[in-house]
Write a protein that binds this ligand. Structure first.
Ligand code: SF4
Ligand code: SF4
Length: 179
């Protein structure tokens, strides 16, 4: 099932006159989630996979996951991966399910990414001068869950990248252990 997000959120909600004085509190709480449509508007699996790999290899992005089935309200085992920017200090980890921290792209000058390159969840957030920033209609389930739903069709690929990372870590550990 392909997740549909209302088209209204595809426009950027950034408002420098509100966000500059704020200093990016949202970005210091948790990075926003990337959606497959951020990587390829046509959602071509091979294009999305290539871009995910390149982003993971950059060290600035990580695979996070939703515990269980993101389409079900019943607790169940398993995980549903999605992509997001790395949390500062955890760069280089391809998998990271920790919650809370400053986005690797945040700085005193704002987000290091140009607006079109920012994750959909970041672009969806509507700034409010009173600190009550919000996401528009359609985001009630939460960014992480919606992202996990949107990445549902790509789970095999994301799982493969996760395994690739851990195999690499294992090989590196073995190699360093013999030095
Ligand atoms: S969206 Fe809200 S929390 Fe984020 S930088 Fe703008 S005003 Fe601050
Ligand atoms: S990508 Fe940019 S806008 Fe999104 S959380 Fe990171 S610093 Fe903030």
């Amino acid at each position: 099932m392909r997740q549909t997000i209302p088209l209204t959120v595809l426009r950027s909600s950034a408002n420098p006159s509100v966000c500059s004085p704020c200093g990016g509190k949202c970005c210091q709480t948790m990075p926003g989630c990337v959606f497959p449509s951020d990587l390829d508007s046509q959602l071509r699996p091979e294009v999305v996979a290539d871009k995910v790999l390149a982003l993971l290899e950059s060290g600035r992005y990580a695979l996070d996951w939703w515990e269980g089935n993101p389409f079900s309200d019943h607790a169940c085992s398993g995980r549903a991966y999605f992509l997001r920017p790395a949390i500062r200090g955890s760069e280089g980890r391809w998998t990271d399910d920790s919650w809370g921290g400053t986005c690797t792209f945040h700085s005193a000058q704002g987000c290091a990414l140009e607006e079109p390159q920012r994750p959909l969840e970041c672009r969806a957030l509507v700034p409010s001068p009173h600190g009550a920033c919000y996401k528009p209609e359609g985001w009630e389930a939460g960014g992480r869950r919606l992202a996990a739903q949107a990445w549902w069709e790509y789970q095999e690929t994301l799982q493969m990248f996760s395994e690739l990372y851990w195999e690499t870590v294992e090989v590196r550990n073995q190699y360093e252990g013999h030095l």
